[in-house]
Design a protein around this ligand. Structure first.
Ligand SMILES: O=C[C@H](O)COP(=O)(O)O
Length: 270
């Protein structure tokens, strides 16, 4: 049973589509998602829903969301640390802002792994996002060997401190953190609610030490890694978990909508 949390923070359910769905498929999914969430006759005002499509879909998503005034936010999966210039293939945060993006994922483990993004690059991208008025969804998480060695909290706190280094309280208050254990991404191997809580509490504690109580209490921390309708309510019931970053299940409207309706699964009030 979900429990009432001591500090209310608006939950965020963000769907990271990764390299899936072209702009036509994106239009179809967004329309159906909006229809499904409204059709549920459930109060979604208290849950923020966002999608992170591929860059090539964003203009279509913007047209739909703004044209039909949909209650849905959207954003990019990555951005350049630079604002403009000779960086072939890169996308500026300024371009994302111009397209009406609210969010941008930064430091996803797939970027760290396949594009060699280290804490220094991730920190620069967090700053780039903030410069352009975007909310970075800063992804942190440990690989399996680190978890097995029992160093997961230390690892995540190190990534977090590296990415937030030098930011003031106002800047950190505009960041969302996503804890995604690498071993749980796309594997069906979901962390237990207690695993998620342990690390998310450490994330909040680190932010408390860095910039104080007010920012820490307001910080939204998402869990990501094989989130499904069947496991989301228990994860959301944890004190320091404020939402989910959803990969595979966000590509199927009914599955993602069910995740957004997590309160209905156990009748709780997280
Ligand atoms: O950004 C999303 C995460 O990588 C989780 O992906 P997944 O839900 O497919 O495990």
């Amino acid at each position: 049973m979900a429990q009432t949390k001591s500090t209310p923070r608006t939950p965020l359910m963000a769907g990271n589509w990764k390299m899936n769905l072209d702009h036509l498929q994106a239009t179809h999914l967004v329309q159906k998602l909006d229809w499904t969430l409204k059709d549920a006759r459930h109060d979604f005002a208290a849950v923020e829903v966002a999608v992170l499509p591929p860059f090539t879909d964003l203009r279509s998503v913007q047209t739909l969301v703004q044209g039909d005034n949909l209650d849905l936010r959207y954003g990019g999966q990555d951005l350049s640390q630079h604002d403009e210039g000779a960086y072939t293939g890169e996308i500026s945060g300024a371009f994302l802002a111009k397209l009406g993006c609210t969010y941008v994922a930064v430091g996803h483990s797939e970027r760290r792994l396949y594009h060699a993004e280290d804490d220094r690059v991730v920190a620069a991208k967090v700053r780039a996002a903030l410069r352009h008025g975007l909310t970075p969804i800063l992804c942190v998480g440990e690989p399996l060997d680190v978890r097995q060695a029992g160093r997961h909290v230390q690892h995540v706190v190190g990534q977090l401190a590296g990415a937030l280094d030098g930011l003031d309280g106002d800047q950190v208050s505009r960041v969302v953190v996503a804890y995604e254990p690498v071993w749980a991404i796309g594997t069906g191997e979901v962390a237990t609610p207690q695993d998620a809580q342990e690390v998310c509490a450490a994330v909040r504690g680190t932010v408390r030490e860095l910039v104080g109580d007010q920012v820490a209490d307001g910080l939204r921390i998402l869990y990501g890694g094989s989130v499904k309708a069947a496991n989301v309510a228990e994860i959301m019931a944890q004190e320091d978990v404020d939402g989910a970053l959803v990969g595979g299940a966000s590509l199927v409207v009914d599955d993602f909508a069910a995740i957004c309706r997590y309160r209905q699964h156990h009748g709780g009030s997280a």
